[in-house]
Ligand binder design. Structure first.
Ligand code: AHR
Length: 505
């Protein structure tokens, strides 16, 4: 958690960090990924058979290598909007017998050459956990139960045997399952009302947990600030073993929310992820409210928030049906750093966060036939995933604020937007880490940093100006390493992310 005191722009900023004040555990799953059958994410992204850069499974080794560097704990699949017409049975069994189908989310053709078994294999190679999303559009509960049985069944039953026939003896033990994706959205095949969705989600959850009570079920929320979120939580967060729910286990374990931020102006762009912080706070309150109103006993595990789509994305400049290939700038990298600061600050409430997406589609990683490019947004993700783990610790920032327009507009009346956006963590290794994003385009801030002991390692991500990009052949935005002896003040350079790291325990 980071608290804030607003100063005038003439006052010198101060940051105080308290490594001994642990606030909450950071769930490693906040560094989760997302791969959808969309654009070049699967085909030409993670799966590119015949390419010299691919392994014997057809998996791009350079993509695997980069994602290994990020230590990605969970990957969501197969969508996204794609799920709403996806029939998982089309994507298993002999490849030459798999049907090609029209794909209605992004208006392409789905060849089904990559399906459940390929994804599970890819997860094994990457050493990550799968997170699957059910088809709440054209799919049936029977189909969903069949998929769960195919993945997790251990008995002598039809779909478990089909998995064995397809070459996989042991169950995959898929833990995370989503009850649909953005079912509230008008773009969705089979858009639903909140009442219809909540009813269906609860009925599906009951059956799915009867089949496998060990799974984690994720309710489809909106953006955390909508009446959809209130209604679905109220309807579905029920006490187990009660008149409302005879289930032996809680039916809903997490609530999913999505948000993409963007603006063509730098400061609204860099501050926009603060909307996610407010959304997390509101969702967290809605979870408590539903539990209070429904009499859920405190002993029943409190659901966490699954922010399973987040990123900077302007769907006008990078249209979904054109593959949503964003060309990110330094401004976007700073926005991603603010996003990640939000997740560290809000670690108490977050069970998972999936960057949308992991490769090519609105992604920090881009492939061509013969190489992989690390976009500007790669660097904050890399630094946070490497260092901002363990515990969120207390930090206080005193500095001036940006006072202009925000995106969304409601943010301006809701939260402060400081020039220095900060989070701090303490790792299991006893190292404290302080992430500071200076969003100012022209001004470095000479700042007193209290709480640092001894010499700090310094990682700085910046570039020539906020429009710098890595998509024009040269890597204009990257990380520079240095040290600071901890004495005097530290100047956080204009338009930069700085991560300071020192031995605290
Ligand atoms: O991540 C791209 C798309 O954005 C997803 O398919 C959908 O869930 C969201 O609208």
């Amino acid at each position: 958690m980071t608290s804030f005191t607003k100063l005038s722009d003439q006052d010198a900023p101060v940051i105080s960090v308290h490594p001994s004040r642990r606030i909450s555990k950071i769930n490693p799953n906040i560094y989760a990924g997302f791969t959808e059958h969309m654009g070049r994410c699967i085909y030409g992204g993670i799966y590119d058979p015949g390419n010299p850069l691919s392994d014997e499974n057809g998996f791009r080794k350079d993509v695997l290598g980069a994602l290994k560097d990020l230590n990605v704990p969970v990957v969501r699949y197969p969508g996204g909007n794609f799920c709403a017409t996806y029939h998982w049975l089309d994507g298993v069994g002999p490849k030459d017998q798999r049907p090609a189908r029209p794909e209605l989310a992004w208006l392409g053709t789905e060849t089904n050459q990559f399906g459940t078994d390929e994804f599970m294999k890819w997860c094994e190679v990457l050493d990550t956990e799968p997170y699957l999303c059910f088809n709440f559009g054209t799919g049936t509960l029977d189909e969903a139960l069949g998929w769960l049985e195919y993945c997790n069944g251990t008995g002598n039953t039809y779909y478990a045997n089909l998995r064995r026939k397809n070459g996989r003896e042991e169950p995959y033990n898929v833990k995370y399952w989503a009850l649909g994706n953005e079912t509230w959205g008008p773009w969705q095949v089979e858009q639903m009302t909140k009442e219809a969705y909540a009813h269906k989600a609860l009925q599906w959850a009951k059956a799915l947990k009867l089949l496998d009570p060990s799974i984690v079920l994720i309710l489809c929320g909106q953006d955390g600030t909508a009446s959809w979120d209130y209604y679905t939580l109220k309807h579905c967060l029920l006490p187990a073993h009660s008149a409302l729910s005879t289930s032996a286990v809680p039916l809903i374990d997490m609530h999913s929310i999505h948000l993409y931020t963007c603006s063509n102006s730098h400061l609204p762009n860099a501050t926009a992820p603060l909307a996610a912080e407010r959304a997390i706070e509101i969702t967290s309150s809605l979870i408590d409210l539903a539990r209070i109103e429904n009499g859920v006993p405190p002993s029943q595990l409190r659901p966490t928030i699954c922010f399973d789509e987040w990123n900077v994305w302007d769907p006008i400049r990078a249209e979904g049906s054109q593959g949503a290939e964003e060309s990110y700038t330094l401004s976007d990298a700073l926005a991603v750093a603010v996003w990640l600061n939000v997740f560290v600050r809000k670690s108490r409430d977050l069970g998972m966060a999936c960057i949308a997406q992991s490769v090519n589609v609105i992604s920090p990683l881009m492939t061509t036939k013969d190489k992989i490019i690390k976009q500007t947004t790669w660097w904050p993700l890399y630094l946070f995933s490497k260092f901002m783990r363990g515990w969120t610790i207390s930090a206080h920032v005193s500095c001036g604020t940006y006072e202009g327009e925000t995106a969304p507009k409601w943010l301006r009346g809701t939260v402060d937007t400081p020039w220095l956006d900060v989070s701090a963590s303490l790792g299991e290794d006893g190292y404290a880490n302080l992430a500071v994003v200076n969003i100012h385009e022209e001004k470095g801030f000479e700042t007193a940093v209290e709480g640092i002991v001894g010499t700090a390692q310094v990682f700085t991500v910046t570039g020539g100006d906020v429009m710098a990009t890595n998509m024009k052949e040269t890597e204009e935005v990257r990380v520079e390493e240095s040290t600071w002896d901890g004495s005097g003040k530290y100047v956080f350079p204009k338009h930069s992310l700085t991560l300071l790291r020192w031995k605290a325990e």
